[in-house]
Ligand binder design. Structure first.
Ligand code: GAL
Length: 814
């Protein structure tokens, strides 16, 4: 009987979704909500950035978003991908924006298109193409004609493209909202009056494009009418829009936080995320977007920063690989259902706030026609409190919100998780080197040495030290600064040669110094300070000495006022210091020779096709500047694949010619500051909950399945510092070899049971249900931890102070 009821409910839910996502509607707004086809809507949205996954992954990501209760998918548009060279556009493959939007529409979901075109997003240069920097007289993001002309041209291009494909809701398509600019209000004071007029211009320009759907500006308290100003942050319940005619909207609810090379891994407990969402709807919000719902991967050299890692997992409800992250995904799904049960009351009226007591808040949405929904919050961080509301008692755990769709029964509490926890497991296998790979050295690998210093014809010589980004135009991470200089035998510096120090100051982001062809040291900055200052002890010889300094960028700056002016590279001084006798030779203003990029980049080694690969001599290991290549079979099965780069130093990797991004497993995070588990009670911040301290920030690097053939795949690595490629391995990630759940007597009934007669008549106890995540799996055994006060987390439960010895036999009978 019980299962029948659940089945019926599921069918009902499907019908509701279908009925509410018919497109072809007029989209407007009023003070309560976005209004679609004349109906105010409560909308749950989630960010998926299309280039951070593959077209093959999109349908599954979108379906899992829909199953998780989303109505809207939000994405930025990435200008630097679409227009890598001025007036030359690319909308293919991972950049196929139209295809992405159409897939979202096919799933019956809406789209919020955040065109920007400045997007921040931990994306290289905030999404701007580098060529923009070289337009004469340009100043970014201010009242500057050359900049405005380019911004308008690209924005209009995207809008036209969407219009041509009839993708705006006003044309029958899924796009219900668009964003212009991004969080300009956070930094506009630095631009003075020109910033103010720029925002007015941006608003007017956007409106003139006539999309037929509303525009938003996030974090822009002076957003000109009719543009809606929206909130971004970990909490937005206290936010109010700048006009009574605008709805309260939250465009970025950060579901976790981004990872940097050198940093620990941030995570956000779902109890706190759910609390933030419930508080927002409690206090009048009607549109909320998770940034990110699926974070994905910064393939290629797309990560910004500097120092943003290749993984952009973000602790999102769908993990980097697109797998469901539990209990996050499930708890939020329950939350969304609970909020939707209140939708009719929420959109019908403004709330009232009957008093409950200190740190407590009751909010009631009650209509004349008898609809009533309520939220009860305990915003205290320490004590659970029992409150009286409408004559009934409710236990409110600290830092939690209870949702009462009928103003009486609790359907959901943000701190009480009904969803299962799935523990992912990783299977490791060595690289299956294909039998036909020419391999005279027994390792399965071949290699090419990248020359130290200048090797390309386009190298040039200039006096003094050049800023890197202007020099390379970001065509490559690499810029060689090379100098040969004669050191006279009677140079005082040589008197104590072993104590000479090479002193280099660089704006960042990393540096490898070679003297007379030998690596003497590496230095790198961090996400909080990109600058590099090094003092390497060196030994100079009388006569000619060669200084080859390889300077690198690790993702260009993406945030801040005037961020595009942040330079990189060796701006000096570069000095030779005789530590024994105080002598100092400044090399900064000498004639330096410059080379953008590597010889191997020029010769397209990443494709693997060169004839220069050496498989006859001993494989170099732990040596700098080596290209490696192997051929391998894909790991069996269909699970997501990653390469574990442990054993390598720093570089970039390509699979079948496609860059899977920068790898840097040797950049280890600091030892202290991690809290795992983390107390979800109390205000969250980006460094509150960290894990993985003292370990490599990122060792696993996603290789999308669709980039692999079953056999004969090519893997190319460029290693900068030194590594042993025979140590790397494949990892596949699975869900569901074990799952856990727990329940307390104060848990509400599962939200799916709302509306069954059980709610009103019988009051059964809380329910715990276990279900395998994949249809082809069966439950093979159940382990019962304890009835009492069990401790620990999934996979490592222990008995607490109180435990009932007889409870297992009772559970067995049920
Ligand atoms: C916001 C920005 C986003 C993203 C986020 C942090 O300020 O709008 O694009 O950078 O921060 O992940």
């Amino acid at each position: 009987m019980a299962s029948k009821e659940i089945l019926l409910l599921v069918l009902c839910w499907g019908l509701v979704v279908l009925a509410t996502t018919s497109f072809g509607a007029n989209v407007t707004y009023d003070h309560r909500a976005v209004v679609i086809g004349g109906k105010r809507r409560v909308l749950i949205s989630g960010s998926i950035h299309y280039p951070r996954s593959t077209p093959e992954m999109w349908p599954d990501l979108i379906q899992k978003s829909k199953d998780g209760g989303l109505d809207v998918i939000e994405t930025y548009v990435f200008w630097n991908l679409h227009e890598p060279v001025r007036n030359q556009y690319n909308f293919e493959g991972r950049y196929d924006l139209v295809k992405f939007v159409k897939l979202v529409a096919e799933a019956g979901l809406y789209v919020h298109l955040r065109i920007g075109p400045y997007v921040c997003a931990e994306w290289n240069y905030g999404g701007f193409p580098l060529w923009l920097h070289f337009i004469p007289g340009i100043q970014f993001r201010t009242d500057n004609e050359p900049f405005k002309a380019e911004m308008q041209r690209f924005t209009a291009k995207i809008v036209d493209m969407m219009k041509q494909e009839k993708l705006y809701a006003s044309q029958g398509g899924p796009i219900i909202l668009s964003q212009i600019e991004n969080e300009y209000g956070n930094i506009d004071s630095a631009y003075g009056a020109a910033g103010k007029s720029y925002i007015k211009w941006a608003a007017g320009m956007a409106l003139s494009l006539d999309t037929g759907v509303p525009w938003v500006m996030c974090q822009q308290s002076d957003a000109p009418d009719p543009i809606i100003n929206t909130c971004n942050g970990f909490y937005c319940d206290q936010f109010t829009p700048n006009s009574n005619n605008k709805p309260k909207m939250w465009t970025e609810n950060w579901s976790g936080w981004f990872l940097s090379f050198g940093g620990a891994v941030p995570y956000r407990p779902v109890e706190d995320l759910a609390f933030a969402v419930a508080r927002f709807f409690q206090r009048g919000g009607t549109f909320q977007n998770y940034y990110m719902y699926h974070g994905g991967t910064n393939f290629d050299r797309t990560s910004g920063g500097p120092f943003i890692s290749t993984s952009y997992d973000y602790d999102a409800p769908l993990d980097e690989y697109g797998l469901i992250r539990q209990p996050k995904w499930g708890h939020l799904k329950d939350l969304h259902k609970a909020i939707k049960l209140c939708e009719a009351a929420l959109v019908a009226t403004d709330p009232t706030y009957p008093s409950l007591g200190p740190n407590l808040e009751a909010t009631v949405y009650k209509t004349g026609s008898g609809l009533c929904s309520a939220f009860l919050a305990n915003i205290g961080t320490n004590s659970d409190v029992t409150v009286k509301f409408n004559g009934n008692s409710y236990l409110l755990p600290a830092w939690s919100v209870s949702i009462l769709p009928d103003c009486k029964n609790v359907v959901f509490n943000t701190a009480k998780i009904n969803s299962v926890t799935l523990v992912p497991s990783f299977s490791r296998q060595s690289l299956q080197v294909a039998a036909d790979s020419s391999d005279a050295i027994g390792s399965g690998w071949s290699y090419i040495n990248e020359p130290v210093g200048i090797s390309k014809d386009d190298a040039f010589t200039k006096p003094g030290l050049l800023e890197q980004i202007k020099t390379t135009a970001d065509q490559s991470d690499y810029l060689w600064y090379s100098l040969s200089t004669n050191i006279k035998a009677d140079e005082p510096l040589l008197e104590d040669g072993s104590k000479t120090v090479l002193h280099v100051q660089s704006l960042g982001h990393a540096l490898h110094a070679f003297i007379n062809g030998k690596l003497v040291g590496s230095g790198y900055g961090s996400s909080s300070n990109a600058k590099v200052t090094v003092d390497f002890p060196i030994a100079l010889a009388p006569g000619k000495n060669t200084f080859d300094l390889l300077s690198l960028t690790v993702g260009l700056q993406n945030y801040g006022a005037f961020y595009e002016k942040t330079g990189a590279g060796i701006t000096g001084p570069v000095q030779l210091k005789g530590s024994g006798n105080g002598t100092n030779i400044d090399l900064s203003s000498q004639q330096w020779t410059y080379q953008t990029g590597l010889k191997g980049e020029e010769l397209n080694f990443p494709s693997g096709s060169s004839t220069q690969w050496d498989s006859k001599s001993t494989l170099p290991k732990l040596q700098p500047l080596v290209w490696y290549k192997t051929t391998f079979d894909a790991p069996a099965g269909s699970e997501p694949v990653a390469i574990d780069f442990t054993g390598m130093g720093k570089g970039e990797a390509w699979v079948n010619g496609q860059s899977i991004g920068r790898y840097w497993p040797t950049y280890v995070s600091q030892n202290g500051g991690c809290t795992d588990p983390c107390n979800y009670r109390g205000a969250y911040s980006s460094n509150k909950c960290l894990k993985n301290c003292g370990k490599p920030s990122q060792s696993l690097y996603h290789v999308p399945r669709s980039w692999l053939k079953s056999s004969g795949n090519t893997l190319v690595l460029f290693e900068e510092i030194g590594g042993d490629p025979t140590k790397i391995s494949f990892v596949t990630k699975q869900l569901g070899s074990s799952l856990c759940s727990h329940v307390t007597d104060s848990h509400p009934l599962p939200v799916d049971m709302w509306g069954s007669d059980s709610k009103i008549q019988r009051k059964p106890g809380p329910v715990l249900s276990l279900e395998c995540p994949n249809p082809n799996q069966v439950i093979s055994s159940i382990k019962f931890a304890s009835f009492g006060t069990p401790l620990g987390t999934c996979g490592s439960f222990s008995r607490g102070r109180c435990s009932s010895a007889r409870s297992l036999s009772v559970v067995r009978q049920v």
